[in-house]
Design a protein around this ligand. Structure first.
Ligand code: PLP
Length: 407
């Protein structure tokens, strides 16, 4: 795969984060009301960063790592500067060697597969389950080759991949299991938080994620002390950080070629404030998803609504994204845009058809479920501060598109 730019990529638009604009518009995403409400806590945390004067890898980062360990039940949480770097460092710390095959779903955010390449591995794409949008366990079993060394399921939108079935395939073929749980905060299955079903996982705090920063940030989660120690070193030029008092052998010598993927304390300060409301936010997201579900069920043109939250007692799901599959998706997106309703298309190009992976030799038709989802899926506005009248407007605009003007 080329690390150089290849033609064909078109940068996706970044959603607007303000609520300014024509009245009646419903942005795809906004945190304006959240920041207003949480401002006193954010301000106090930021003041602590300025007072302390350590803006990278400081006290707020250490505090956030502890708070996230408590929230997720992970033995170790290592703060880094993005979910993408978290994936690269997790793969490196898990012992990836040049050319190792890493089985990943063909439908995901592109960093799922580019991180594999950046860590020296080779992505091996696998089709998805059309309901969960995650690695299909049967497709996974048949995709394993002699060169496969890792499997990296992704938990997308509102629920986790089937970790029991995927772990069984990993065990049978001696694959190292790591998780792209970038979207997975708050998701649990069989008593373990997303990211803690194998060697480790990641979190992304990109602003639009369930727990979003005011810039880029991420974390690695693991119960394995060796992986934790390696990730902490790799994020800091291959050194052990002086602020990490939980690992022995602190050194300023560079024992391995690391990088600079440290988290900054401004992000940690904001994340600590937002973490205090995370459970409330998750509950609100579930309420809004239920409201969408009630209003959109049975509307012609809608091919698939998300399965409502997994009712199995051993799973907790989180509506990070409310994603529907529809007919004439691109026309609907344009219609909604004209009505002032923001949407996002997740993910318009399946990974095996991304120009940067052309030399892997996959073709259109290889992964029908991933390709169908890429053509039909669209995400609707969903964030804790969305109110139901706004949600009603979104649903009304969708009904209008498929049914014509009712009145
Ligand atoms: C957001 C995301 C990432 C990357 O996280 P960043 O913090 O944006 O680098 C990776 N994988 C998935 C599935 C994601 O949704």
């Amino acid at each position: 795969m080329s690390l150089e730019r290849v033609p064909g990529g078109t940068g996706a638009a970044i959603p607007g984060f303000t609520r300014e604009g024509r009245s009646g518009e419903v942005p795809f995403f906004s945190q304006a009301a959240t920041f207003e409400r949480l401002w006193p806590v954010i301000e106090a945390n930021l003041t602590a960063v300025f007072d302390n004067g350590k803006f990278s890898h400081g006290r707020q980062v250490a505090e956030l790592e502890r708070a996230l360990a408590e929230y997720t039940g992970a033995a170790h949480v290592i703060g880094v500067n993005s979910g993408t770097d978290a994936l690269v460092l997790l793969l490196r710390a898990s012992g990836i060697r040049p050319g190792d095959g890493v089985l990943v779903p063909a439908y995901s955010f592109v960093a799922t597969a580019t991180s594999v390449v950046l860590a020296g591995g080779r992505p091996q794409f696998v089709d998805i389950d059309p309901v969960s949008y995650a690695l299909h366990p049967d497709a996974l079993a048949s995709a394993v080759t002699a060169g496969s060394r890792f499997v990296m399921p992704v938990h997308l939108f509102c629920r986790m991949a089937d970790m029991t079935a995927i772990s069984a395939v990993a065990d049978r073929h001696q694959l190292t299991l790591v998780e792209d749980s970038a979207e997975g905060i708050g998701m649990w299955q069989k008593g373990a938080h997303a990211g803690l079903h194998g060697v480790g996982g990641v979190l992304s705090f990109f602003p639009s994620k369930t727990l979003g920063a005011i810039g880029d940030a991420g974390a690695v989660l693991t119960n394995d002390p060796t992986v934790a120690e390696l990730v902490s070193g790799l994020r800091h030029h291959g050194r052990f950080a002086p602020t990490l008092d939980n690992f022995p052998g602190i050194s300023t010598e560079t024992g391995m070629c690391g990088t600079n993927s440290k988290m900054d304390d401004i992000q940690a300060a904001v994340l600590l404030a937002k973490l205090t409301e995370l459970d409330r936010d998750i509950a609100r997201r579930a309420e809004l998803a239920k409201a969408y579900q009630e209003r959109l069920r049975g509307v012609p043109g809608i091919v698939r609504l998300p399965e409502t939250v997994d009712r199995r007692s051993d799973a907790a799901d989180v509506f990070y994204v409310y994603l529907v599959e529809v007919d004439r998706r691109d026309e609907l997106v344009e219609h909604l845009a004209r009505q002032g309703v923001g949407t996002e298309v997740y993910y318009p190009t399946p990974l095996h058809l991304q120009p940067c992976f052309a030399e892997l030799g996959y073709r259109r038709g290889d992964f029908p479920n991933a390709e169908a989802a890429s053509q039909r899926a669209v995400a609707l506005p969903l964030y804790p501060d969305l109110d139901v009248t706004e949600l009603d407007r979104v649903c009304e605009a969708i009904r209008e598109f498929y049914l014509g003007r009712a009145k």
